[in-house]
Write a protein that binds this ligand. Structure first.
Ligand SMILES: *[C@@H]1O[C@H](CO)[C@@H](O)[C@H](O)[C@H]1NC(C)=O
Ligand SMILES: *[C@@H]1O[C@H](CO)[C@@H](O)[C@H](O)[C@H]1NC(C)=O
Ligand SMILES: *[C@@H]1O[C@H](CO)[C@@H](O)[C@H](O)[C@H]1NC(C)=O
Ligand SMILES: *[C@@H]1O[C@H](CO)[C@@H](O)[C@H](O)[C@H]1NC(C)=O
Ligand SMILES: *[C@@H]1O[C@H](CO)[C@@H](O)[C@H](O)[C@H]1NC(C)=O
Ligand SMILES: *[C@@H]1O[C@H](CO)[C@@H](O)[C@H](O)[C@H]1NC(C)=O
Length: 846
């Protein structure tokens, strides 16, 4: 088994650009001062601290009080053996050579001396901009104290001021001012409640409150290239018996591209705490850590993960909560990183308003009932965020100004807005580029609903069309990780030579066949129309990208075939077909509200992953109920994705294929051709309404005001009467609160302007909330039904009122084959791209 595991690790790490080479960080600024010391102190890690004499150029002080002892029992390093004492204000000033993030570490140890009782000293420590300590006192603590800060210093001179209180003194044993790598603080994080993207981390200053190596040993400055200390998590565990330590060889831990040991050393990732008894029973509990924290500040909680417990990919999903709120749901490390034993971290911002009971971090199994029921955490850092007056201690700034309510609310809102605006401006450039190349996107229309997005390679792609034979493809598939290579003969056999009876889907660009491959596995085989202009090179580029996308809620690509210039993709087979067929038109047994919610949540997860789970980010561009497929267990998976939104510009690679379907099209995209992931959010809003009202996004057979579902439903929503037009099959079983939450989510998705729409992460959160409401309701109702007589069945006002408003109501479950339906529109509904684009282009030209 061990051998197998090693092989697995080797295999998965080879497929990513993993570099684990240990590159020590060489700080450009490095001031290490052993205050009051007579002889230089060299630490175990080789860092040499300057003596008092060597550092006097940095200090301005009227006093000259130095104390020192020969040895002390409970200190880890010689830098605690001497101190400077200041009875009057004193300032250290350091000339910096590089702006940006710096560690500032202040070491305190109240040495016993006959000059001043340091236990009684009370003082403040400020920089030019930040309050680091306010009325600080060691509180009779005889231990050494380390205060660590991370400050983005923008001035070439950096000062630290020691300000003793009246009739008191200040003291300091040792100071570090050291450059930190810029990548330590990225700008974005997740915000809690609702889970959403937070931008602007680089605008604050931080104090390290906790830094823990879960399930592993103490890591001292010696073993961390940035001189950090990582302590054991045990003292913070709420119930030690629920947690279990696990560890692997440190060398197994790999860093994905963009991460390095600067974020956290391998030793941190090589150990973790997992759920006790996770393997043997059906665990249903959380592992909880509790921390004390000043509730008037916000915090960044940095969670470090590395899947060192799974034996295969896609087996471990778990949830992470901070202060009882969902912080990360269904975290699937192997899908995010495309491998096991890969380092990963996530920052969570905790608003001061959620801090009333200190800080708690919890991990527990995902509610998705699949994979291993387990959860892990490898490392944890808790950083306090500076408040609105740039203080990290107390509510006053360096100039004495008081904080607004002791939190950073105002600042954060402003930053968030600025970031949004930035994104908007960035997009402008892309749009201009786009308009310059109208001929491209018209030419490419013909591929739109194939999941193969197009790069306008122009002549190069035409000439490359037939240039690659299948032998080369074999080479590509083995070296580039394109998934399995199928021979044409294999696929002919699998699909009974592409028999028309095996067709399960038709698009403008080819058919989809059901097939059976070697071991009896059912697959969906999508065969490109040989006449299409799609080039082989593009085809391969795309498969390469698609095969990297792995998520439980995305339809997986299994392999491909390009023999004889064929362009065939092989997908996992989704036996329950499109979501839409279960809502209307096919007379399948109706889905309950809970099932619909779960399907919406699953597809929202898939889209959220497309938008945020990959480095470049992907916009689906054709979100609709026919592109949400259901497997045998009604698990929703998003299909037909595939266009990267971050295609390099100005290299003849412009992503121009116009996609989208009537009734789902973002009006902003339509008008301005501005494509963002918020266009998907709009379309998803329509999907939500379809799930609630069980009717097509466009139904031309209906009276004019009812044709477009989004417009019509929003009219009813605004009147507060949405319950009048929901699927009659839901009436009575749907909880009005759950419906309200759901409808609100849909309404936000359908906002006129992309910037006003939520992210898929927000939508997800709202849907999960709606599901919780529904579950609570169903449980309550089941209990009620048991006690009451069966006669009192819940009758909703909607059911009672139907007769009076029936004129305005749609024909529920209008059949697609309705004889009033013009043929062309029918084709649109059937997601046949060509017909759709004929219309789309016309409208566009108006
Ligand atoms: C530090 O702050 C300045 C000014 O706010 C900003 O321009 C700079 O990008 C920041 N540096 C980093 C590394 O975030
Ligand atoms: C520290 O200890 C002294 C004597 O033991 C006591 O008088 C004082 O109140 C204590 N101070 C604090 C802050 O606990
Ligand atoms: C820390 O480094 C020392 C010296 O390199 C090594 O002996 C020790 O095992 C390391 N400790 C950990 C926890 O990695
Ligand atoms: C885990 O903690 C979260 C947040 O406190 C809570 O909502 C959830 O029910 C807990 N799960 C279990 C299985 O106790
Ligand atoms: C904190 O919450 C308040 C409302 O409770 C909100 O206005 C503010 O923007 C939030 N700040 C952060 C850091 O999210
Ligand atoms: C459906 O659920 C069953 C039972 O949990 C499981 O064995 C099966 O693998 C699931 N099917 C898929 C396609 O996930």
């Amino acid at each position: 088994m061990a051998v197998l595991l090693v092989l697995l690790y080797a295999f998965f790490s080879a497929s990513t650009a993993a570099f684990s080479a240990y590159t020590p960080f060489d700080p450009q600024d490095s001031f290490l001062i052993d205050c009051g010391a007579e002889k230089p102190a060299t630490l175990l890690d080789g860092r040499a601290f300057k003596t008092e004499e060597q550092s006097k150029q940095f200090l301005q002080a009227r006093d000259d009080i130095k104390v020192s002892v020969d040895k002390a029992d409970d200190v880890p390093s010689p830098i605690y053996l001497s101190a400077r004492i200041f009875v009057q204000d004193a300032t250290y000033t350091f000339p910096l050579s590089r702006p940006g993030w710096h560690w500032v570490r202040l070491h305190f140890y109240p040495l016993n001396n006959n000059i001043f009782d340091l236990m009684k000293s009370t003082f403040s420590v400020n920089t030019d901009k930040y309050v680091l300590l306010h009325s600080f006192n060691v509180n009779n603590d005889t231990n050494y104290i380390l205060k660590e800060y991370l400050l983005n210093i923008t001035e070439p001179q950096f000062s630290i001021k020691f300000l003793p209180m009246k009739n008191s003194a200040a003291f300091i044993n040792s100071i570090e001012v050291v450059s930190a790598p810029d990548e330590l603080i990225t700008d974005s994080a997740n915000e809690l409640s609702p889970v959403s993207e937070f931008s602007g981390l680089s605008k604050f200053a931080y104090q390290t409150m906790y830094r823990l190596n879960m399930g592993g040993p103490l890591i001292t400055a010696t073993n961390d290239t940035l001189g950090r200390t990582w302590t054991s998590d045990e003292t913070y565990l709420k119930h030690r018996n629920l947690a279990k330590k696990v560890s692997v060889e440190t060398t197994i831990v790999k860093y994905p591209e963009g991460l390095s040991p600067l974020i956290a050393p391998q030793t941190v990732y090589a150990s973790a705490v997992e759920m006790a008894n996770a393997q043997t029973s059906r665990p249903n509990f959380n592992v909880t850590w509790n921390f004390e924290a000043d509730p008037s500040f916000g915090y960044v909680v940095r969670l470090h993960f590395c899947d060192i417990v799974s034996k295969a990919l896609n087996n471990l999903y778990f949830d992470v909560y901070v202060n009882g709120k969902m912080a990360i749901s269904d975290l699937d490390l192997s899908a995010t990183l495309n491998g096991l034993a890969m380092a990963y971290y996530k920052d969570i911002v905790v608003n001061a308003s959620l801090m009333s009971n200190g800080l708690s971090v919890q991990i527990g199994p995902s509610k998705l009932d699949s994979g291993d029921l387990n959860a892990i955490l490898n490392g944890l850092e808790v950083l306090k965020i500076s408040n609105s007056v740039d203080s990290l201690d107390g509510e006053f700034g360096v100039d004495g100004v008081e904080a607004d309510g002791g939190s950073n609310r105002g600042t954060v809102a402003a930053v968030g807005f600025a970031m949004m605006f930035g994104a908007f401006v960035g997009l402008g450039a892309m749009v201009i580029k786009w308009h310059k190349r109208p001929q491209d996107w018209q030419k490419r229309n013909s591929f739109s609903s194939w999941l193969l997005p197009l790069h306008a390679g122009d002549t190069s792609f035409m000439s490359s069309k037939n240039s690659l034979g299948s032998h080369k493809s074999n080479f590509y598939s083995s070296t580039l990780g394109l998934g399995r290579y199928f021979s044409l003969a294999e696929l002919q056999e699998a699909t009974k030579n592409f028999d028309a009876n095996e067709v399960i889907g038709v698009g403008g660009f080819g058919n989809v066949y059901i097939g059976m491959i070697d071991d009896g596995t059912k697959v969906a085989v999508k065969r490109g129309n040989p006449q299409s202009e799609q080039g082989i090179t593009e085809f391969q580029t795309e498969i390469q990208m698609l095969s990297k996308l792995r998520h439980r809620h995305l339809v997986s690509l299994i392999g491909y075939c390009d023999e004889n210039s064929e362009m065939i993709l092989v997908y996992e087979y989704m036996s329950n077909g499109p979501f839409r067929d279960h809502l209307y038109g096919k007379n399948l047994s109706p889905l309950s509200w809970k099932q619909r919610l779960e399907i919406c949540i699953g597809s929202a997860r898939g889209l959220h992953y497309l938008h945020t789970g990959t480095a470049q980010g992907i916009i689906h561009r054709d979100v609709k109920t026919t592109n949400i497929l259901l497997d045998e267990n009604l698990t929703a998976k998003v299909a037909d994705f595939g266009l990267s939104k971050d295609t390099p510009m100005g290299q003849g690679h412009v992503s121009t294929a116009v996609k989208g379907s009537f009734g789902y099209l973002d009006p902003e995209y339509f008008r301005r051709q501005q494509l963002t992931d918020k266009s998907d959010v709009y379309s998803f809003g329509v999907v939500l309404l379809e799930a609630l009202c069980a009717r097509p996004a466009i139904n031309p057979a209906l009276p004019r005001e009812q044709v477009n579902l989004a417009d019509w439903a929003m009219q009813w929503k605004r009147k507060g009467l949405l319950d009048k037009i929901i699927d009659p099959l839901l009436v009575g079983s749907i909880n009005p609160e759950s419906m309200k939450k759901f409808a609100e989510a849909a309404e936000k998705c359908l906002a006129e302007h992309g910037v006003d729409r939520p992210t898929m992460g927000d939508v997800l959160w709202n849907l999960e909330y709606a599901l919780q409401l529904q579950e609570a309701f169903s449980q309550g109702k089941a209990a009620e039904d048991e006690t009451k007589s069966s006669a009192t069945v819940c009758t909703s006002p909607a059911a009672a009122d139907t007769t009076t408003t029936s004129d305005a109501l749609p024909v529920y479950h209008a059949e697609e084959g309705n004889s009033n339906t013009p043929a062309q529109v029918q084709a649109i509904d059937e997601h046949s791209g060509t017909a759709m684009f004929a219309q789309f282009t016309n409208l566009n030209g108006r």
